[in-house]
Design a protein. Structure first.
Length: 563
């Protein structure tokens, strides 16, 4: 239940705190006084998108706070799962701060929260029915949704949607595979030729760099032999080579070490240097022996590098990329050659998904027909209470021929209405008047109320398109609905306002050149004055006050008005 709404620095609102009670609450006030802003503020508090210019002129930010009490278990679970404390009771305080630049912050029970959590909470805390809600009845496609809502079929519809999504995915995968098969089949010869060419090339990662190094050695074998030979002679095999010189030096160092053991580290370094020079000399010798010119091998290397360059140019890639292309072509060729088997498997999966979706659609259709029978019986009673005693409400399903399976099942249905006894039911969207649509929608919302445990029901200007006796019946119905749920209604009709158990008036006035909006709960005398204003306009006459008092007495009596 919504216990309080506090708004500051939002549009023309300086600061308002609205306290609401259980039962039927009504908000009235002159046009432009700020009634719609209060409902907009409530929407913002629960995750709605605020306009950037809503912050009151001169203020840095606007703040909206909504306090809910006796919240449903689902709300407690959502808040707790988000890591936010929600004590037993329980109470829930939602706070939204809107900065002048449009940036917002959200808090739940004092903890910083996400807008996603606010929007999840909103589904369990409020149900808002706008002033044009009844116009949805003129759209036949909305009738199925309304039947599902009144029949408590949300879980069944969600399962239907999940199964249809699986079916759509299976069909898409099958079609994609078939298209790939057709495309691959058309270029099958090209795939085979390219794969064979790349496979015959025997591509090896890193081969090109190794061949280029070998080509350089073979092409410069004579020069390399001359240079390496000179180094080998100077290092190892020539007269006065480095090895001989250091060998003699090492013998002297060993003799000196016997006289001074402190020279041991130096002797070890020289020994290491001599060993490395000997190893280098040995490697140079082996290198020289392998360096014999080999024109045949050079030609082979040149030819292989030319082949690799041709393939890289042809396929526009490196050797590594060509290896990847070769493997991809092999996979594609295998897919084409094994395509029919793969398509058959996907076709089987699609058929299975279609069977599961079709079976559930039939189950959902049967549930809808049972729900429609219950709805027709319940609507007969509701319409009698709403001064449509002779009316007959019916749900008609389209024949199976031509009805296609979709995410909501395979049912096409429409609401029919016979407004008067003796008439055949006709399509409601075409024959119902505005007043009848309002009452029918109110009846449907009343039947839906039981599905939303703990949610406050908000009717924004439910009086659109009605008046007189119909308005009186609607007021009584809202009061009756308030016996089970908290109901909040914005209305311009005094006859509806008179049935409310709690009445709040919104007014605007000018303070120091600024327009401010105020909201005040009304006592009995103040309610008479407000109803008289609604009846007679700016000038309240004695007759208007007497009429207002009569309306209040009738509303408090709680008796259903005569049809």
């Amino acid at each position: 239940m919504l216990r309080a709404l506090r708004v500051s620095d939002l549009a023309i609102i300086d600061e308002i705190e609205l306290v609401l009670e259980p039962g039927f609450n009504v908000i009235t006030g002159e046009t432009g006084a700020g009634k719609s802003i209060l409902l907009q503020a409530l929407d913002i508090a629960l995750g709605g998108r605020p306009d950037a210019d809503l912050v009151r002129t001169g203020a840095d930010e606007a703040v909206v706070e909504a306090l809910f009490v006796d919240v449903p278990t689902a709300v407690v679970e959502l808040v707790t799962a988000a890591g936010i404390r929600c004590d037993a009771g329980p109470e829930l305080l939602v706070r939204r701060v809107i900065g002048r630049g449009g940036r917002t912050r959200a808090y739940v029970n004092g903890a910083l929260s996400s807008l996603a959590l606010l929007r999840e909470l909103a589904q369990h805390l409020l149900r808002v029915y706008g002033q044009d809600e009844h116009q949805a009845l003129r759209r036949v496609e909305s009738h199925r949704e309304l039947l599902d809502a009144t029949g408590s079929l949300a879980a069944e519809v969600e399962e239907m949607r999940a199964r249809f999504t699986s079916l759509a995915g299976a069909r898409q995968a099958l079609e994609a595979r078939r298209e790939a098969q057709r495309t691959a089949q058309e270029r099958l010869d090209l795939i085979r030729f390219q794969r064979e060419e790349l496979e015959k090339a025997g591509l090896v990662s890193g081969e090109e760099a190794e061949l280029q190094a070998e080509r350089s050695r073979l092409a410069h074998a004579e020069r390399l032999g001359s240079l390496a030979g000179a180094v080998e002679a100077a290092t190892y095999s020539g007269e006065a080579s480095a090895v001989d010189t250091i060998g003699r030096a090492l013998a002297s160092l060993r003799e000196a070490e016997r006289l001074d053991p402190g020279l041991a580290p130096v002797r070890a370094l020289v020994e290491t240097a001599l060993a490395e020079l000997e190893e280098a000399g040995g490697q140079l010798g082996r290198y020289l022996r392998s360096l014999a010119p080999d024109p045949a091998r050079l030609e082979t290397v040149e030819r292989r590098l030319a082949d690799l360059a041709r393939l890289q140019k042809k396929y526009a890639g490196t050797i590594e990329e060509l290896i990847g292309k070769r493997d991809a072509l092999a996979e594609e060729l295998a897919m084409v050659e094994d395509g029919e088997r793969g398509i058959a498997a996907l076709a089987t999966a699609a058929e299975d998904a279609e069977r599961r979706a079709t079976e559930w659609a039939a189950r959902l259709g049967a549930a809808r027909r049972r729900a429609s029978a219950r709805l027709e019986r319940a609507m007969a009673m509701e319409l009698r209470q709403l001064a449509l005693a002779g009316a007959r409400f019916a749900v008609r399903f389209a024949d199976g021929d031509g009805v296609t399976l979709g995410p909501s099942g395979a049912d096409e249905l429409e609401f029919f209405l016979a407004a008067n006894p003796g008439e055949d039911p006709r399509p409601l969207a075409r024959v119902a008047s505005g007043g009848e649509l309002s009452r029918i929608m109110l009846a449907l919302k009343t039947l839906m109320a039981g599905d939303h445990d703990g949610a406050t029901l908000i009717f924004d200007e439910v009086d659109t398109g009605i008046g007189g006796r119909v308005a009186e019946v609607v007021g009584w119905k809202l009061r009756e609905l308030g016996r089970r749920r908290q109901v909040l209604t914005v209305t311009h009709l005094p006859v509806i306002a008179a049935f409310a158990e709690h009445h709040v008036a919104v007014a605007k006035r000018t303070v120091r050149g600024r327009t401010v909006s105020t909201a005040s709960p009304l006592s009995n005398d103040a309610r008479v004055a407000e109803l008289a204003r609604m009846l007679g306009g700016a000038r309240v006459t004695r007759e208007a006050r007497e009429h207002a008092e009569e309306l209040l007495r009738a509303g408090r009596g709680g008796r259903r008005p005569a049809a």
